[in-house]
Design a protein. Structure first.
Length: 147
């Protein structure tokens, strides 16, 4: 049975090269897993705090259990990530917007996951996460992508 992944992120993808990366990895993942991407509308106008609170309501209405990508989260190697995913049938990931997420989203997360101690643009994180999911699927299935 295929794994199922849902990725929830804030705001439309604006960069063309990021859109191309998303498209590429969606295709590569499709033989291994069902993938759903949900885009939460990015708030405009007013204070950042208010933006994050409104976005948090939408995120929390989409998922009860989720893994939040956060620079202070748990670090895993690609092999460890594959082992982690191999024990789960379904995983939901949340990627914040340019200002991150409201503290309520962090507090309700099943886990905080860091892709690196470095900070990346939130749009680029979309492609990095998709690539790591693809890599994990190939590790789990013994394909030759990961060396």
């Amino acid at each position: 049975m295929k794994s199922r992944f849902t990725i929830i992120w804030i705001g439309k993808t604006k960069e063309r090269f990021v859109e191309e990366g998303i498209r590429k990895y969606r295709e590569l993942i499709s033989p291994y897993a069902e993938l759903t991407i949900k885009t939460i509308r990015e708030e405009k106008g007013g204070s950042i705090t208010e933006h994050l609170k409104r976005e948090a309501k939408r995120i929390l209405s989409e998922a009860e259990r989720y893994i939040l990508l956060d620079e202070k989260g748990r670090l895993m190697s690609s092999q460890e990530f594959a082992d982690f995913l191999s024990k789960r049938r379904e995983s939901v990931f949340v990627i914040g917007g340019p200002f991150g997420v409201d503290k309520k989203v962090k507090e309700n997360a099943e886990m905080l996951l860091s892709l690196s101690p470095m900070t990346f643009p939130h749009e680029l994180v979309r492609v990095i996460l998709l690539e790591q999911i693809y890599r994990a699927m190939t590790i789990i299935r013994g394909r030759g992508y990961h060396h």
